[in-house]
Design a protein around this ligand. Structure first.
Ligand code: IPD
Length: 261
């Protein structure tokens, strides 16, 4: 545990400095300032700079750890692995919006053991360590106690990897079931919202490990349901994710057509 705690404390500090860099580099409101990886798939100079900053500072302190990052891929495999999304919500970031975050997850072997999601312009830091609870700005958080899908608010993720028709179909079935849909552009923050009870669910067709690694620990510690992302292939490939307030897992998964396994 002390190995996890020392890494967690160091990462908290380094992420605060990385945030300053990201804020300084953020484009003003307007047309996205970014390179295109594909249709509506952006990468900004800050994505690269923030990832480099985090990897350099963390590897100085923990030279035997390995790193998996969105922009530069994976370094050699150590027992502790840092999973980094330097800017999650890049499309929001590139247009001068405030809803983006830096997401840093720590895994020990194949187990996520700590997570930090830092949203500097929202003044929010979500944190968790395995067995020690989940927190928003140092206050303990819990998934919502919503027990009726008709009172739920649920976010659906959209990315360029979503096949035509999937997204409106899911939105429609939520509305038909009396739920209130949302779609806000950061998978990590959408999952953090489920963890703290601001929303009752999140579903995305497929997503990468770096978008969710930190959130997996935070959701677990907050008592939310989360689909077995790693078991379903998430360690190595884009994989579906479904998170839910614990009392509506069945009706919500049914409404969204998510197989429960
Ligand atoms: C993306 C965001 C988006 C989600 C995508 C992710 P990025 O991450 O989380 O909300 O729908 O699947 O790839 O590219 O902004 O780090």
């Amino acid at each position: 545990t002390s190995e996890i705690d020392s890494r967690f404390q160091a990462a908290l500090k380094i992420i605060k400095d990385a945030s300053k860099l990201a804020i300084k580099m953020q484009p003003a409101p307007g047309k996205p300032v970014a390179e295109l990886k594909g249709h509506q798939n952006y990468v900004t100079a800050a994505d690269k700079a923030v990832e480099t900053f985090l990897v350099e500072h963390l590897s100085d302190l923990f030279p035997n750890d390995s790193f998996l990052g969105e922009e530069y891929g994976e370094t050699t495999v150590g027992l502790f692995r840092w999973i980094i999304d330097p800017i999650d919500g890049t499309s929001n970031y590139a247009r001068g919006r405030k809803r983006w975050c830096i997401s840093v997850g720590l895994m020990h072997g194949e187990t996520p053991v700590a997570g930090i999601i830092e949203a500097p312009l929202l003044n929010e830091t979500f944190t968790a360590r395995l067995g020690q609870g989940a927190f928003l700005n140092d206050k303990k958080i819990h998934a919502a106690t919503t027990d009726n899908i008709r009172e739920s608010m649920v976010e659906i993720g959209w990315s360029p990897y979503v096949p035509k028709g999937w997204y409106p179909e899911k939105m429609n079935s939520l509305i038909e079931q009396g739920s209130m849909p949302r779609s806000l552009g950061s998978g990590a923050l959408a999952l953090a919202d489920v963890a703290c009870g601001r929303s009752d669910g999140y579903y995305e067709y497929v997503i990468f490990l770096w978008d969710v690694a930190a959130a997996l620990v935070i959701l677990h510690e907050a008592g939310a349901y989360v689909s077995p992302f790693l078991k379903n292939g998430g360690l190595t490939q884009r994989t579906p994710i479904f998170a839910s307030a614990p009392l509506i897992v069945n009706p919500l998964s049914k409404a969204l057509g998510v197989p429960l396994n």
